[in-house]
Design a protein around this ligand. Sequence first.
Ligand code: C5P
Length: 279
Amino acid sequence: MQVQAHAKLNLTLDILGRREDGYHEMQMVMQSVALSDLLTITPGTGQVRANLSYLPADGRNLAQMAAAAFCQATGQDVPVDIAIQKRIPVCAGLAGGSADAAAVLRALNQHTRAGLTPFQLAQVGAGVGSDVPYCVLGGTALAEGRGERLTPLPPLPVCQVVVCKPPFPVSTPRLFARVDLRKITRRPDTAGVVAALEAGDLAGVAHRLYNVFEDVLEPRRRAKIDEIKAQLIDCGALGASMTGSGPTVFGLFDSPQAARRAEQRLREQYREVFLTQTV
Ligand code: C5P
């Protein structure tokens, strides 16, 4: 089977509190984009390979963990090989690994006719990683709790998205460890974003994009994020924000010409720049 694994964006990301299990209580509006990895799943012996040598090709690969979680949850024994053609930047806040895991869950559910509902499949994914449940569902959704409590939302009106990953990695656990809840002064207007989605108001969503992690980054990196956001806005983006734990920045555009202009301008400065659209 060949399956696509779509990247996700955070239209909002808020951290509401720290939990006793060491995780954080989240509130996030998530959105899928066309930018995707391509997975080829064949009968096999549990091998994973990818077109990037530095991706783990063993049990630490989320795609392989997802296959194991599916077999455990359904009592099926479906040994498969998974070949991943990676296009989504890694360690970027785009949930690339989680998207691959979710694609494996969807493919195995279909192939084995196990008949799990999307919500049941999402719960299987929760054991693999916090972003996997959302990636199983995709589209536009509110994710709460660790990320596993999902409420589908009216879809964001289709728009052009320019995605730019600056050339430094961000460790998600390390960034969470830097979070000081007392110091978070600015928060996204999640209710306002949901209301704008219900009204089909793209500009209303775009003007409210915000991610509290932007305030947690080291000042030097924060400055880079701000600079990319400013360039996107300067080129005509309706709004711009960082996604997930970063460092990828994205802008939403209602004008394809403006989006192409932004893509070209950022490509002159950064290697990982993509023009994509919401799905
Ligand atoms: O669940 P996942 O393996 O993707 O999470 C990676 C790390 O991110 C966790 O070990 C934890 O440090 C942090 N995290 C968190 N709260 C969440 C999700 C992730 O603190 N809701």
